[in-house]
Design a protein around this ligand. Structure first.
Ligand SMILES: Cc1cc2nc3c(=O)[nH]c(=O)nc-3n(C[C@H](O)[C@H](O)[C@H](O)COP(=O)(O)OP(=O)(O)OC[C@H]3O[C@@H](n4cnc5c(N)ncnc54)[C@H](O)[C@@H]3O)c2cc1C
Length: 329
């Protein structure tokens, strides 16, 4: 299967979002008028026959769907899945809605595919050999005009700019993807861990938190952090980039756009200490930070600092705390 345009559809519990309807009807018309092959990709929970019908009514003839109730809050997983699909169907243009959800996943998809990305699109003039785009820049004070010739690109389209074309309705063909049809990339491996994590206490009720940052390189390394968490009865939290990578659930993100926490003890591993993170952890009674950079800002917020590599320090901490625990029994 291949296509010219891959539209990533957003819906609220099975009801198409307005902006997705606008995008679908715009490309439905282009498909009919210009013979452009458009595929709509829909994923998540609550995907019903009615939803497929609603998409067909907008002039779309082909849908790929992936039913999965764990994807919604995992931009890393979503990005991996869409990038994998795009590698298969090779669209010239990937189109997403300009929403809070796509703000997280769109740049990751573009990075995974190594293609250009343009957000805030206001206008699309789709021709066979050239696609002309316009978008707002400088906080809405100027309009940038972009010409796409042969390069593949990802765009995010603003709501209420494309209108709603009346198109001929189709009964779309539907290809349903199963998880095991998708390549097992690193992000898919995280799902088992995420499921296990569900039984953990909510992060804002935790007495002890082990928070991880980008210093943790691979998802497999969570095993090392889990070992430490088990010894101290801790709950794992993280910075936002770690959530975006799909290592930890969004509900365990600490900071300005995550949760504010007030544990008795917080052990921070490989976290730089940006203000947006510190805003969520500042009420912790005792903070121990481990960072290999002696000048890391996080040390200003910490009661105890360890300058070192988390990959050497965490196993030592775990071993020594285990010993202490046994002695105190
Ligand atoms: C509007 C807005 C809201 C935001 N909200 C949040 C939020 O709620 N929460 C949040 O966390 N961020 C948030 N951010 C992002 C925030 O600005 C930072 O980008 C983020 O906190 C940095 O995460 P980090 O410390 O994991 O990564 P980095 O800043 O990349 O730091 C990684 C650190 O790990 C250290 N390190 C690397 N390898 C090792 C190793 N092997 N051993 C020891 N140390 C190592 C490095 O020295 C570095 O200090 C927000 C940003 C914006 C713009």
């Amino acid at each position: 299967m291949s296509c010219d345009v891959l539209v990533i559809v957003e819906h609220n519990e099975g009801r198409l979002k307005n902006v997705s309807s606008e995008i679908l009807s715009f490309f439905g018309k282009i498909a009919t008028d210009n013979g452009v092959k458009v595929v709509a990709f829909i994923f998540g929970d609550h995907i019903s026959e009615k939803l497929y019908c609603d998409i067909g009514k907008l002039g779309i003839r082909e849908i790929v769907s992936h039913v999965n109730n764990e994807l919604d809050e995992q931009p890393g997983l979503v990005a991996g899945m869409i990038a994998d699909l795009a590698k298969k169907v090779k669209p010239k243009l990937i189109v997403m809605a300009n929403t809070v959800k796509s703000r997280d996943s769109a740049p990751m998809i573009a990075q995974k595919l190594d293609i250009e990305m343009f957000s805030d699109i206001l206008n699309i003039d789709y021709k066979k050999t050239v696609i002309n785009l316009a978008r707002l820049v400088y906080g809405g004070k100027a309009i940038e005009k972009i010409k796409l010739l042969n390069q593949q690109a990802l765009i995010t389209v603003r709501p209420n700019v494309l209108g709603n074309d009346e198109n001929e309705a189709f009964i779309p063909t539907i290809t349903k993807l199963k998880t095991n049809e998708l390549p097992r990339t690193q992000t898919y491996l995280t799902k088992a861990k995420i499921t296990k994590e569900k039984v953990q206490k909510p992060i804002n009720e935790a007495d002890v938190i082990i928070a991880i940052g980008r210093g943790l390189r691979r998802v497999e390394d969570l095993i090392m952090v889990n070992d430490l968490a088990r010894v101290v009865n801790g709950v794992i939290g993280s910075t936002r980039p770690v959530v975006d990578m799909g290592f930890v659930r969004r509900s365990h993100q600490i900071g300005q756009s995550g949760r504010s926490v007030s544990p008795r003890l917080a052990i921070l591993l490989g976290i730089s200490g940006q203000i947006q993170f510190v805003a969520g952890i500042s009420k912790a009674k005792t903070i121990i930070a481990v960072n290999k950079d002696s000048k890391a800002t996080i040390f200003k917020s910490a009661d105890y600092g360890i300058v070192g590599d988390i990959y050497s320090i965490v196993p030592i901490l775990t071993r020594e705390l285990k010993k202490l625990k046994l002695q105190n029994r």
